[in-house]
Design a binder for this molecule. Structure first.
Ligand code: IPD
Length: 268
């Protein structure tokens, strides 16, 4: 079994390589007036570049670690035999990718026996790569990430996101309206993976979202945790589509209480 550090190194090289595929792919996609397809709803977008980037990742893993399992957002899955499973989001922030907003990322996480032990998130446009391994800390380049400012909820800038289902969005919007007066501000940046890394880097004071899939949060949640920012799901549950929350250690409980008081933790 590879160490968490070895899996982290591979996650970084996969995320950086896939970001190059996505970067080059976007240039061609724009030049060819590329098509946009719809997935779960009319607002849930996918492009040929998402698929090509995931195919590249799956191909590299088949070459380098043929016994590992894979779970990919665009369907690139396979069962493994080694106890390692890779959880892949080839482009997290596809709406930003389509619009040309330079805020989307490749997210690569490695699980061992079901627990995430390593991850990397590469911001395609900026070229920043966030990484972590269990017990090895969270890093951006040579800088160790140490999490958020220590501010009370009333001064906290909190990231969030909204799902692709119309009724879910209605509930999320209503809860956000109740939450907004209690915090400094909300940010909806468009990539859950990057939002979690931004908590790790102290660029957001906290983050929450309902309706996420494992590939959206697997790497980012480890990076936040390793930076000293604990994560939580709904109630005593692990992170799931019901809820993902991350914040600095002193803000997590007040934020979770606020999510409960505003109903933001019960929308999914
Ligand atoms: C989405 C982004 C977005 C979040 C959505 C996700 P995708 O992932 O992370 O920020 O609000 O819930 O589905 O569809 O761009 O891979």
């Amino acid at each position: 079994m590879p160490t968490a550090g070895e899996l982290e190194q591979l996650a970084v090289s996969l995320a950086v390589g896939a970001a190059e595929v996505a970067r080059a792919g976007r240039a061609d996609w724009v030049a060819d007036a590329g098509e946009v397809e719809r997935k779960s709803s009319a607002t849930d977008l996918v492009t040929a570049v998402d698929r090509r980037t995931e195919q590249w990742l799956v191909g590299e893993l088949a070459r380098l670690r043929p016994g590992d399992g894979v779970l990919g957002e665009e369907g690139g899955g396979r069962e493994g035999t080694s106890g390692v499973r890779w959880v892949l989001d080839p482009i997290d922030g596809t709406v930003n990718f389509v619009l040309g907003i330079p805020h989307y990322a490749v997210s690569v996480a490695a699980e061992v026996d079901g627990a995430v032990v390593a991850g990397a998130v590469c911001d395609v446009a900026l070229g920043e790569t966030f990484r972590a391994s269990a017990g090895g800390g969270a890093w951006l380049g040579g800088s160790r990430l140490t999490g958020t400012r220590d501010v009370p909820l009333a001064q906290a800038v909190i990231g969030t996101g909204f799902g692709y289902d119309r009724e879910l969005r209605r509930r999320q919007g209503a809860a956000a309206a109740r939450l907004l007066p209690e915090i400094a501000d909300l940010r909806r940046l468009g990539s859950a993976a990057l939002a979690l890394c931004y908590v790790a880097a102290g660029r957001l004071d906290g983050y929450f979202e309902a309706g996420l899939n494992a590939w959206d949060h697997a790497a980012g949640a480890l990076i936040a945790t390793e930076a000293g920012c604990p994560t939580a799901g709904a109630g005593t549950e692990p992170l799931s589509a019901r809820l993902v929350v991350a914040a600095g250690p002193r803000l997590l409980d007040p934020l979770r209480q606020l999510l409960t008081a505003t109903g933001a933790d019960a929308v999914a």
